[in-house]
Write a protein that binds this ligand. Structure first.
Ligand SMILES: [Zn+2]
Length: 150
């Protein structure tokens, strides 16, 4: 029997669908020495909730030179790889993946003040709902700027 293009069905389980809300930080402009800009590119750890954003990320504009646009994502990727290697085990990553959730409750609590809200996790998990409710309304610390100072 000939297969008709577009009619293939996979027996693989459907990956969980996740919804992440990213919004501005209420009162951000009143925070002293707080530089994180939720409207600019950043990376965050879905295991512990650390957030990384450099000056280069905040400087990116639509008309930025190609070198700036090219280097900033590489630095974020380098931070993520180093962070994952130094701070987390393979088992932590595997357990999060197996949970079907986007992040841990600890990360949900830490990310919410940055305007990063894992909506689907909050709906699916009581722990995440509780974490989001008890999260501070403003970030306690600024985003990590420098890989070496983490
Ligand atoms: Zn982490």
């Amino acid at each position: 029997m000939a297969k008709v293009p577009g009619t293939y069905k996979s027996n693989a389980p459907t990956p969980p669908r996740t919804v992440m809300l990213q919004h501005s930080i209420v009162g951000r402009d009143e925070l002293t020495n707080f530089e994180f800009d939720p409207d600019k590119p950043f990376r965050c750890c879905l295991l512990c909730g650390d957030v990384y954003q450099t000056d280069a990320d905040r400087a990116i504009m639509p008309n930025s030179p190609p070198l700036v646009i090219y280097n900033a994502p590489q630095r974020r990727q380098m931070w993520a790889e180093l962070h994952n290697r130094q701070k987390h085990t393979d088992a932590e990553h595997r357990n999060l993946k197996l949970s079907g959730l986007m992040c841990t409750p600890e990360a949900a609590e830490k990310l919410a003040p940055y305007g990063i809200v894992p909506v689907s996790d909050i709906v699916l998990s009581d722990e995440h709902e509780h974490a989001a409710k008890q999260a501070p309304r403003a970030p306690v610390n600024d985003a990590i700027h420098d890989v070496r100072k983490e």
